[in-house]
Design a protein around this ligand. Structure first.
Ligand SMILES: [Zn+2]
Ligand SMILES: [Zn+2]
Length: 335
């Protein structure tokens, strides 16, 4: 059985499957790309042929335009496709809508590339499914023991408590347009917030795709056209770049909030002028990473990006061989 290091190689364009002739989440334009999910650091424009889950294709089309690629092909979960000498299939990664792990088998040797993932329940996407393999390729965004994400429902409760406490102010929450925005909306609805949720224009397009894909988000309204007084006591969502900007300052005495796993780092919240940090992450935290090592039971772990040292150290203590791929260009969900 050939070891995955003989058929998967790291090239300047990204991770390349030699017997399949394709790249996974390449950084540069290539002929054939398989894309884990539609965040802009993984799904880049300019490839000739693109293979991904149906929702990822829809999100990429909304983001880059229908004609961004010469050909697109989608695979439903578990549907196997022979590419060259490799069998490829996708399983859910639980990160954002459509996010997939790329499973590959070549001559009985199996590698799984997780892309970004999390294990916490999220009603806006299908849950991560562990696939036993010979090499598991993981992210390591929050791979330090200090990162233990709290229950997201508790974070939403803190937001709703603050809204109740300051009825004369407008709560503006910074969140990335793809994934975090829709998850936040779903969590607010689960938390009992049925009022309209007001949106910065930059968040609208991705919400529309989620709704087209069957994720119901309730009453969403454009914040840009609303009068300042209409937004008193309301919740407004905006991209992180807008919350400390003139855009947010025109709201009524705004409470600046931010939903991100990085809000665990107090310094980050402070620097961003965030009054109410909400620790809500779409990436696996330290316990979830360790649980995943256990669940996929791979004898070898490759780490694409993030805090690889701590994770590789922990893996080696469990008898799992670790390797840092140091792929450049991943990490910021949106440029
Ligand atoms: Zn991502
Ligand atoms: Zn990423």
């Amino acid at each position: 059985m050939p070891h995955p290091e003989t058929w998967l190689s790291v090239r300047p364009e990204g991770l390349y499957c030699i017997p399949g002739g394709f790249y996974i989440d390449p950084m540069r334009p290539v002929d054939r790309a398989i894309i884990t999910h539609a965040h802009s650091d993984h799904a880049r424009p300019g490839h000739h042929k693109v293979l991904a889950s149906p929702a990822t294709i829809a999100l990429m089309a909304a983001r880059m335009g229908e004609g961004a690629f010469a050909a697109t092909q989608s695979l439903t979960w578990g549907e196997a496709l022979r590419i060259g000498e490799v069998t490829v299939w996708l399983t859910p990664a639980g990160h954002v809508l459509g996010s997939a792990q790329i499973c590959m088998e070549y001559q009985g040797s199996r590698a799984v590339v997780s892309g970004d993932y999390k294990r916490t329940a999220d009603v806006t996407c299908d849950p991560f499914e562990p696939v036993p393999c010979d090499v598991f390729v993981t992210e390591a965004t929050f791979a330090l023991p200090v990162f233990q994400h709290p229950d997201p429902h508790g974070e939403i409760r803190r937001l709703l408590d603050s809204v109740a406490l300051f009825p004369e102010r407008t709560h503006v929450v910074g969140c990335y347009s793809l994934g975090k925005t829709q998850r936040l909306i779903a969590l607010l609805r689960q938390g009992g917030w049925e009022a309209p949720i007001w949106m910065h224009g930059a968040l609208v397009a991705m919400c529309r795709v989620y709704e087209e894909q069957g994720i119901r988000l309730g009453d969403l309204r454009p914040a840009t056209v609303a009068a300042k007084n209409d937004l008193i006591g309301q919740i407004v969502l905006a991209p992180p770049s807008a919350i400390a900007d003139r855009w947010a300052r025109r709201l009524a005495d705004p409470v600046v909030c931010m939903a991100s796993g990085w809000m665990r780092v107090r310094q980050r919240a402070k620097q961003g002028g965030v009054e109410l940090p909400l620790v809500i992450s779409d990436h696996a935290d330290w316990p979830e990473l360790l649980k995943t090592l256990h669940d996929v039971a791979a004898p070898e772990l490759w780490v694409t990006h993030g805090r690889e040292e701590a994770l590789i150290h922990a893996a080696e203590a469990l008898g799992i061989k670790g390797r840092a791929l140091r792929l450049i260009g991943y990490g910021e969900e949106e440029a």
